[in-house]
Design a protein around this ligand. Structure first.
Ligand code: ADP
Ligand code: GN1
Ligand code: MG
Length: 380
């Protein structure tokens, strides 16, 4: 970390209403977008209090004020709902800590935007499915999250990243990156470019259904990776949905699909040995059960029918985004080694292929789960 970056962070630490002496600052988590730090303050009686400090990524979120408005409104709304239903608002939603001037964000002298969240104690965000039940619990929680936001006034939400899951638009950006070939990398990735181009038609499917009114627009999370959920260490339940930067109007099938892309894969997102990568159908079934239950019957028949397509398209789109970023010189997703975005793209495309091979089974599983839940047996 450069001296300047540290200076901005130190300014931020001073600006927020944090009690005690700063005892520790640590880079934290494995998100690809924001810079996240764990802060530990020591109070006079020796108690250590944790917080999450984040520098928002201005290249990704070009309007940080609008982003913060969304986060403030959504967390306030969730807080009210959680209280109404007898839940614990300190653990079941993110809580922003204000600055000394009362604002819920801070702009440092370099113009960088910072925020602080209360740390959710005794809970873990997992980078891979260690126990199938964790994945099931995340499905319940993401479904429930969508359900809680069902009456949220969607028109008041800013679109923090326009066309975020517009796969057609992602393909256009990808084509432009191939043509520009800014880093001279296109030659080396011809097979991946071909793979994406061959599936161009499919990029239209979900958007067309939305435009035709066959899929409803809902308030969705749009970044439903397993590590965007905190699982309670004691009870094992998905206690809190985090990373609310992309809560916007979107498709339920995409929230479902993004979770499958990440959590039902048998390998890490950046695995280099592609023989390890596949879509685990038992995890797919488990997630489907949890998500449908979490949504409490609110999904339409068409949405349920299109869940496998959501999984395939989110995986495809993410692969295209990784490849675009690789071609453009890795400016969007954080990389920790050379070629990491290309490796990420390859795992996504391998998963897409695997889903294509397992397509009928995926459709069958969704229908079995749906019928099981309708008849109350949950067994297919
Ligand atoms: P990014 O947008 O970069 O993915 P996240 O908001 O997801 O950033 O945060 C990165 C990681 O920090 C999360 O995966 C989680 O492990 C941790 N984290 C974020 N917020 C909290 C919180 N309130 N309490 C505990 N851990 C958190
Ligand atoms: C990013 O922020 P994080 O790491 O949870 C990205 C998602 C991608 C994901 C791929 C705002 O998620 O869209 O699916 O990486 N978030 C943004 O792992 O672009
Ligand atoms: Mg995250």
């Amino acid at each position: 970390m450069t001296k300047d970056a540290c200076a901005g962070r130190d300014e931020a630490v001073q600006a927020f209403m944090l009690e005690g002496r700063l005892a520790e600052v640590r880079i934290y988590g494995s998100g690809h977008i924001n810079d996240t730090y764990l802060l530990i303050h020591e109070l006079e009686d020796g108690t250590r209090v944790r917080h999450i400090l984040q520098k928002m990524n201005k290249e990704v979120f070009t309007r940080p004020l609008e982003l913060m408005e969304n986060v403030i409104h959504v967390t306030d709304y969730l807080r009210r709902k959680i209280i109404e239903t007898g839940g614990d608002p300190e653990r079941e939603t993110l809580n922003l800590v204000p600055c000394r001037d009362g604002k819920k964000y801070f702009v440092d002298s370099e113009g960088e935007y910072w925020r602080v969240y209360q740390f959710i104690l005794n809970a873990t965000s997992y980078d891979a499915v260690e126990k199938p039940d964790d994945f099931y619990q995340s499905a319940l929680a993401f479904g429930h999250f969508q359900r809680m936001l069902a009456d949220y006034p969607a028109q008041t939400l800013h679109e923090t990243i326009p066309d975020f899951h517009n796969t057609v638009n992602r393909m256009e950006k990808f084509r432009a990156a191939v043509e520009a070939d800014a880093c001279g990398r296109a030659k080396e990735v011809e097979p991946e470019i071909r793979f994406a181009m061959e599936r161009e038609k499919e990029a239209h499917i979900l958007g067309d259904l939305l435009a035709a009114g066959e899929l409803p627009l809902r308030v969705t999370h749009n970044d439903t990776k397993l590590n965007n959920i905190m699982i309670d260490n004691a009870t094992g339940t998905g206690i809190c949905v985090i990373d609310l930067d992309t809560v916007m109007p979107g498709l339920a099938v995409n929230d479902f699909g993004d979770s499958i892309r990440f959590g039902a894969s048998t390998a890490a997102e950046d695995e280099r040995d592609l023989t390890k990568v596949s879509c685990d159908l038992e995890l797919f079934r488990l997630y489907t059960e949890g998500f449908l239950k979490g949504c409490e019957g609110s999904l339409t028949e068409k949405e349920i029918e299109m869940l496998p397509m959501g999984a395939k398209m989110m995986t495809f789109e993410c692969g295209v985004r990784f490849l675009t970023d690789y071609l453009e010189g890795d400016h969007y997703f954080k990389v920790h080694r050379e070629g990491q975005n290309l490796d990420r793209c390859r795992t996504q495309f391998r998963l897409v292929e695997d889903m294509e091979e397992k397509w009928e089974r995926m459709e069958e599983i969704v229908q079995q789960v749906r019928k099981g839940l309708e008849s109350g047996t949950e067994e297919a």
